[in-house]
Design a protein around this ligand. Structure first.
Ligand code: 9MR
Length: 377
């Protein structure tokens, strides 16, 4: 009798211990599977720009990286004017709806990029000659997009790249028709269309002093008129040696002193020669004469170890700085998922092999990934 009673007790003890070991095992497994966004979850959001193939689920390998590593997404091209409103009032939401659906399903912070930008505009926009017509198109564009995704897109790049390198306003078609007031109007319209979304001014080379000053003036002008702006997006198309950490830090501090969230919105680091001291992302700087020139494409097969190390060190230094200012920075978004699809393979010279991101062409994490990951140990 006593023997029979003992058997279930022993069984219960065995079951208890085996469930404990299962729990311990799961905890270890979770540690091993830790991702960048989990590592930095108390610091800032970690994101990626995703392209149309990824949005349409034609590139599952990239998507599995995005789902594991990132908690925010930006559409690399799919919400740009030339694709989404190719003719006046004629919107094409096929891809953008899927983009937003993907972000919602995965519980991600969804970025809208970009409402008012002189590049990748529809042709009819470049031919507008008067302010009334231009204002009408901008109003309809912003109302339609920010209205359709109200409460779903969390952050909008409202105006993109409005500044010249010296900090003055770019003579874009918006500026030529409406004047500098177009920036105010765009922000006012965006706020009205989705009062809860964060509204951002986004640009490249914002760690260069003249352009930084230009952005500060642009923000101050909006603030002096009580127009809502929540953040500045520093694009961060950078090189191994420039911009310096000091200049990056100056921009973080300067924008945060304006009461704004600081975001690094398009981070990538080119490792290829840049003979004309090109910086930033002015898309018109495509130098055909260098296409096919081996000197300009020194690593067509693989990146040598010493360069992998350099890239890893650069990312590590940058992220150390980001962590120092984690109270000011809300988001870091990489401009792409893997090196394979980076725009830097075709800019400023077409057909090169660049290595600017954290994942290689085989979807494997690089030394640069590890150098950032290890910072938060
Ligand atoms: O990555 C984008 C690339 O596929 C496009 O061909 C290019 C066209 O201008 O735009 C790239 O993304 C840009 C972003 O929208 C705004 N900042 C600069 C980025 C790199 O050019």
């Amino acid at each position: 009798m006593t023997k029979i009673k003992k058997i279930p007790i022993i069984l219960i003890i065995i079951l208890f211990f085996s469930s404990c070991s299962e729990k311990i095992y799961n905890i270890d497994k979770a540690k091993i599977n830790y991702s960048l966004s989990q590592k930095f979850e108390n610091d800032f959001l970690i994101g990626a720009a995703i392209n149309e193939d990824q949005i349409l689920k034609k590139d599952e390998k990239s998507l599995s990286i995005v789902q594991k590593e990132h908690n925010t997404i930006t559409p690399e091209n799919s919400l740009k004017w030339m694709f989404i409103e190719p003719n006046p009032g004629n919107f094409n939401f096929d891809v953008s709806d899927k983009y937003v659906e993907y972000g919602l399903k995965n519980n991600m912070h969804i970025v809208g990029h970009a409402l008012v930008w002189h590049s990748q505009l529809a042709d009819y926009m470049n031919n507008v000659k008067d302010s009334t017509t231009m204002y009408y198109h901008i109003k309809n564009h912003i109302n339609t997009l920010a209205g359709r995704y109200k409460g779903k897109i969390n952050t909008w790049d409202v105006v993109n790249e409005a500044l010249n390198e010296d900090g003055s306003l770019r003579q874009s078609v918006f500026f030529k028709t409406i004047g500098e007031g177009y920036i105010e109007e765009a922000f006012k319209l965006a706020e009205k269309a989705d009062p809860k979304a964060d509204l951002v001014y986004n640009d490249y080379n914002l760690c260069n002093s003249e352009k930084r000053e230009g952005a500060i003036n642009l923000v101050k002008n909006l603030q002096s008129k009580n127009i809502k702006i929540n953040g500045v997006g520093i694009q961060a198309h950078w090189q191994l040696n420039t911009p310096s950490l000091e200049e990056i830090e100056k921009s973080i501090i300067a924008f945060s002193q304006l009461g704004l969230k600081v975001m690094f919105t398009e981070l990538d680091i080119s490792v290829l020669p840049n003979p004309w001291e090109l910086e930033g992302a002015e898309i018109n700087q495509n130098f055909k004469k260098f296409e096919g020139d081996a000197k300009m494409n020194p690593y067509p097969k693989a990146l040598p170890d010493f360069m992998e190390e350099k890239l890893a060190k650069r990312y590590e230094d940058i992220f150390r700085l980001f962590l120092k200012h984690r109270d000011k920075i809300s988001r870091i978004t990489f401009w792409g998922v893997t090196d394979k699809h980076s725009w830097l393979n075709d800019w400023p010279i077409k057909g090169r092999t660049n290595y600017p991101l954290l994942f290689d062409r085989n979807y494997q994490s690089k030394k640069a990934y590890q150098s950032i990951f290890d910072l938060t140990k």
